[in-house]
Design a protein around this ligand. Structure first.
Ligand SMILES: [Zn+2]
Length: 287
């Protein structure tokens, strides 16, 4: 998971989106619960934002960083629009159904529930939205601009890629395993540890196939880094050819670390773990 800057997303919204969203919201706001759910599911207005949201990370899922090939439902409502699994009688955050800042571009594995039989590890966000303190759950829209928005009192457990400090709560081992950040989440009873473990569980980030993909990716990163270290030694004694190849390897490693690259958070963790062992890694992370 890498940070997605909502301010940059806002600049990419299509012309007329705010009018579309306002009209869609007006059409549902006075409906009864069941009629409202039907109207929201039928409208699918958020599909109009597939391109700007998807293009932002070059088609990567904002949660697991897998590149989406094709998907019918690539937009997740971070706060679920119709139901909340943890509170069956809640009725969902219907007032955020057409709020662009509630949308997260997501692969079907992260967005939709799948069983252990179909995925190796059961997971998928679906209607899950657990909170640290259930008593703080928002029950409806902000009554007026003069009072605080009730959602600002919530402490969600699912990590949010649009918040600067959230993606860093996950850490990756070189075999592709995802774990809570060993230092930041070291208090096993704390909010951060709970958020990381619940996100791994609910989003299915420990799923076998995903772990193997990340593991193969990290293996390539380590091979490239080992080659860069070898080239560094040769370049230091005047081997110009080695020096030229070294530049290319450092560039490749930097590209794998960039926010658009698939599994770039795993790349970052793999590289950071090599500090003190590899010299070349400082050339990648340093500038
Ligand atoms: Zn995903």
């Amino acid at each position: 998971m890498r940070h997605v800057d909502l301010k940059k997303i806002q600049k990419r919204l299509p012309k007329g989106w705010s009018e579309t969203a306002a009209a869609a919201n007006k059409a549902i706001k006075d409906l009864e619960k069941e009629a409202r759910k039907k109207a929201i599911n039928k409208s699918q207005k958020w599909q109009e934002l597939r391109k700007p949201l998807g293009n932002f990370l070059d088609g990567k899922c904002w949660y697991c960083e897998s590149r989406l090939k094709r998907s019918l439902t690539p937009i997740d409502h971070y706060r679920p629009k119709n139901n909340i699994s943890e509170v069956p009688d809640h009725g969902g955050y219907w007032w955020l159904a057409y709020s662009w800042s509630n949308y997260r571009f997501a692969c079907s594995h992260c967005n939709m529930y799948g069983t252990a039989k179909s995925r190796g590890v059961a997971g998928g966000k679906a209607d899950h939205f657990p909170l640290w303190d259930e008593s703080k759950r928002a029950k409806g829209p902000r009554p007026s601009p003069d009072v605080p928005d009730p959602i600002d009192s919530e402490q969600p457990l699912i990590l949010d890629p649009t918040l600067e400090a959230d993606p860093g709560l996950l850490w990756f081992n070189p075999d592709g395993t995802v774990i809570p950040h060993p230092v930041i989440c070291s208090d096993q009873k704390g909010y951060f540890h709970k958020r990381a473990t619940e996100s791994i569980r609910i989003l299915g980030l420990a799923q076998d196939e995903l772990k193997e993909r990340r593991g193969r990716h990290c293996e390539k990163i380590l091979e490239c880094l080992a080659e860069a270290d070898d080239l560094l030694v040769k370049s230091n004694v005047g081997d110009a050819t080695a020096g030229n190849v070294l530049h290319r390897r450092i560039r490749e490693l930097k590209e794998a670390f960039e926010v658009m690259a698939e599994y770039s958070a795993a790349t970052r963790a793999t590289l950071m773990a090599q500090r003190g062992t590899s010299k070349a890694v400082d050339l990648v992370l340093g500038a």
